[in-house]
Each structure stands twice: as structure tokens, then as C-alpha cells.
Design a protein around this ligand. Structure first.
Ligand code: HEC
Length: 236
């Protein structure tokens, strides 16, 4: 590392920069923990298995996920019929001929009577559960808040990181990668819903790249801030 401008800034600004870096690191860590906890059972199975949980949350219809998961025992031998129908978007033509009779046979209405559980009595009842992944409105809200929040949090971290004595090329790479990963992260939610479930792999890579970039930028900045500097005066 070359001589760093960060190790020479006034003591109060070092404290400010350190506090910001720590608070934002905690915010990032909590964001990932929250993702882990809220999607752990998205595929209907206990525990976080990234591919199937993220596919269930972002790319598959809730009806299909539930029928294959927690409702499988209720659906018995009709699991495949119901699952496969929902994965194809639940064509209405087949509802009357195949799906409604199967659900009647399996007595889904025993619990899904509109009191204990949502009613699944008509095609209109089921329709909201047939759309892939999250509703557009929810994805829009999530995208907006993530782009704003993470975009600004990265800006603070990147600003501090850009004042370290690392080479401009290295700094530019990590800053660019962090923002690129953010765009891929949000973009892959939409890709998984509208283009292909395979976008969950991009989602995972983007998440990992963000963790890497934030870790490097925060640790690099902290080291640069608190590294003893030959010409640094004692705190005043
Ligand atoms: C013994 C009662 C019971 C039976 C029978 C039952 N379910 Fe369920 N179902 C539940 C419960 C409880 C939940 C809520 C579980 C949860 O959210 O994790 C649920 C949730 C669902 C959901 C998700 C609803 C939502 O709003 O997210 C779907 C879809 C579903 N069941 C489909 C079916 C189908 C299809 C059948 C028949 C093959 C069926 N269920 C039979 C109890 C039942």
C-alpha cells in the first residue's frame, strides 16, 4: 500500500469514517441474514438451499411450490398433475377437466374453506397463486428501496475507500464491481420472473460479489485509517 491520505485525516473524521463503515457493514450483514431467514422455507422445505429457495421465491408460482412442498401429503398421487399444471401457468381450460376434479378428490376444501385457509374453490381464487415469483408491484417496491438504500450505502463506503492509498486501478475495479453486482442482483429478480429461473444463479453470484467488494472496501479503508503512519501526529 502506498502512503495513504486516510491515515492523515483529523482524528474526529477517522472516528466518523470508522463509525460509518461499521454501521453500514452491520446493515449489510443484517440484510443477508434477513434474506436467508425469509427465504429459508420458500421451497416448502426446512433450511436454506439457495437454488431451490430462490427459484421458489422469484421464479415459481406459489401454488406449485406449496403443492410440491407442504401440501404434497394432502395432494397424494395428484401432486405431479397439480404441480405441473401450475408450473405451466395454470391454463384455465384444464382447470375444469383435470384440476378441479383432482382437488375435489383430495378434499383440499376441507381446510381451504375461506376460514381456516384461503379458499381454493374457484379458478379466480387460485389465479393470484399462479403467477411466477413475486407480484410486479412488490418487485417494484423492493427494487426501488434496494437501489436507493444499497446505492447510497455503497457510495459512502466507496467514497472512503477511494481515499485509501491503493492503486487507482484496484479501487476503480472494486467500486465498479460493487455497483455492477447491485444492478445484476436487482435485474436477476426480474429476469427470474419474466425470462428464466436460471437467473437465480446470477442472483447468487451477484450476492457473493457484493459481499466480496464490501468486505475488501471496508477492511481496506479501516486498515488505511488506523495503520500507524510515520508522519502522523498523535491525536489532537
Ligand atoms: C389439512 C389441511 C389442509 C389440506 C387438506 C390442504 N391444505 Fe393447503 N394449506 C394448509 C395450510 C395450513 C396452509 C398454510 C401453510 C403455510 O402458509 O405454510 C396451506 C396453504 C396452501 C397454499 C398456499 C396459499 C397461500 O395463500 O399462500 C396452497 C396453494 C395450498 N395450500 C394448496 C392446497 C391444495 C392444492 C390442497 C389439496 C391437494 C391443499 N392445499 C390441502 C392446509 C391444508
Amino acid at each position: 500500500m502506498q502512503s495513504s491520505t486516510l491515515s492523515q485525516i483529523p482524528f474526529s473524521r477517522k472516528i466518523l469514517a470508522t463509525a460509518l463503515l461499521l454501521v453500514l457493514s452491520i446493515a449489510f450483514a443484517l440484510g443477508y441474514l434477513n434474506t436467508l431467514l425469509s427465504y429459508a422455507q420458500a421451497d416448502g422445505e426446512q433450511g436454506f438451499s439457495p437454488v431451490s429457495d430462490l427459484k421458489a421465491a422469484f421464479a415459481e408460482p406459489r401454488f406449485a411450490v406449496m403443492v410440491r412442498g407442504p401440501m404434497a401429503k394432502n395432494a397424494g398421487p395428484d401432486v405431479e398433475t397439480l404441480f405441473e399444471w401450475a408450473m405451466r401457468g395454470g391454463p384455465e381450460a384444464e382447470y375444469k377437466t383435470t384440476i378441479q376434479p383432482a382437488m375435489k378428490k383430495r378434499n383440499c376444501a376441507k381446510c381451504h374453506n375461506g376460514f381456516e385457509q384461503v379458499s381454493l374453490a374457484t379458478y379466480q381464487d387460485i389465479q393470484p397463486l399462479l403467477q411466477k415469483g413475486k407480484p410486479v408491484k412488490q418487485l417494484g417496491d423492493l427494487s426501488h428501496s434496494h437501489l436507493f438504500g444499497i446505492g447510497l450505502a455503497l457510495a459512502v463506503i466507496a467514497c472512503i475507500f477511494s481515499c485509501t492509498g491503493l492503486s487507482e486501478r484496484v479501487k476503480a475495479w472494486f467500486i465498479g464491481l460493487a455497483y455492477g453486482a447491485l444492478l445484476c442482483d436487482i435485474g436477476s429478480w426480474w429476469g427470474a420472473k419474466f425470462l428464466s429461473p436460471g437467473f437465480v444463479y446470477l442472483l447468487m453470484v451477484a450476492g457473493a460479489v457484493t459481499v466480496l467488494c464490501v468486505t475488501v472496501m471496508v477492511l481496506g479503508s479501516l486498515l488505511s485509517l488506523w495503520r500507524p503512519h510515520p508522519s502522523a501526529a498523535s491525536p489532537s
